[in-house]
Design a protein around this ligand. Sequence first.
Ligand code: BYC
Length: 481
Amino acid sequence: MNIVNVDYDGLIPNNVGLNSDPRVKAALEKWHPGYINWWNDMGPEGFQQALVYLRTAVSVDPKGWAKFDYVKMPDYRWGILLAPQVQERKIAFGAHKGQAAWQEVPGEYRAMLRRLIVIQGDTEPASVEQQRYLGKTAPSLYDLRNLFQVNVEEGRHLWAMVYLLHKYFGAEGREEADELLQRRSGDADTPRMLGAFNEETPDWLSFFMFTFFTDRDGKMQLEALAQSGFDPLSRTTRFMLTEEAHHMFVGETGVGRVIERTCSEMKKAGIDDPSNLAAIRKLGVIDLPTIQKKLNLHFSLTLDLFGNEISTNAANAFHAGVKGRFQEDKLSDDHQLEGGKYPVLRFLDGKIAAEETSALSALNMRLRDDYAKECVSGVERWNKIIERHGTPFRLTLPHVAFHRHIGEFAKINTDPAGKLMSGAEWEKRKNEFLPSNTDRDYIEGLMKPEMTPGKFASWISPPKVGIDNKPGDFEYVKMAG
Ligand code: BYC
């Protein structure tokens, strides 16, 4: 079996030797039509027949794994791609540290592993569902193509998890794989599993914020799963991470281009005051205070995805060697953390304060802290754009206690600086911190499609370089008919 190049001959492209595994091959081929039905029903609305300039993975070699070409999305070759096996890989943490990585699921961790794989799998189709109407209001063909690239790769990430369920979890795994196609983002009866994946993505600024903040949670969770002692999970998440990088690029540069346009139009019009919304909105751009509100919303929704501050689930998964820390293999402690401590922000005696907590129970927070550090760096890169234009404004991340629905801070209200406020005060002031109906209506009003090659909507700057180095007026999406 060639583990670097992908076998494209069968119905399901793969580098896992599916042809010599008839049971799993048959199970996946049975699952395939349901997936295509789901894609046709819940994938990008109105563009299923368009030709889209997409990258498809043709190898898992870190250098040059993708091939670009026009493809109709339902014909995209969703495949099962595992990063090459590391010979003699050892479990890097927890009670089994130093033992050989598992090639089969250890019986005692079966339920735990299945749950983590199902949660990971559930987020992938959820995001496609959340983004399904965005194509109709794309600010350019470049952005439209990027949206669809993200969507087809989230579809592939679903395949990655479904492969593990079919291959390693028997009848239960097959049932879970079927249910992944049945839940729907935002549905009252059969919602997706995690809160942020049931929210709407109503406009492109939300899409860019989502791909910056929420896909970055994806990255952190995948990094933690890539450390897993269960080798097939480690290998599959390692390859997913190489695709994920583009999604965060779309988010970071997307928001950056919105900021760029706002600041340069303000300058041209001679507007110095970023809070002069009436004048700024007349220019057809998104004012910086509203960008800050969107940032507050998406950062806080994403923090909920890290779970509770104190979590026995997280402690158990680490102890078991099933889910590690961010870059576990680069850390220099004992990788067991049995007696270790970690400071966790909590709400105690009416105040928000750090408390030394068992390092094992605090693993969700450790990952969240690593996540927040990356977010700070990204926000600083956005601030550099604002500074370059000399606009007197700075974007900031809100406090971790702000607008939370999971964990310690779900029961309190704070402003973005983390200052406590009563429920009544929150109700009165929340539109200062989060997008109001007026803000949403304004942004929605800007969301007019721009489908001419090389042209961009009023509220966003063109990118610095094209995808696959294509020129500015490249026709990234060719409409059907
Ligand atoms: N919503 O002990 P706790 C991505 C539940 S994004 C609803 O703190 P744990 C992507 C929890 O399930 C990454 N429920 O939980 C991005 C538990 O319930 P049960 C997705 C929640 O396990 C963009 C109970 O509360 N991958 O890939 O430590 C586009 C006790 O909580 C939530 C993963 O998340 C919530 N937010 O932490 C596309 C990795 N939070 O079971 C894709 C896999 C907690 O007791 N998941 N609960 O009834 C995990 O590692 C963990 O399950 C979690 C939660 C971090 C999610």
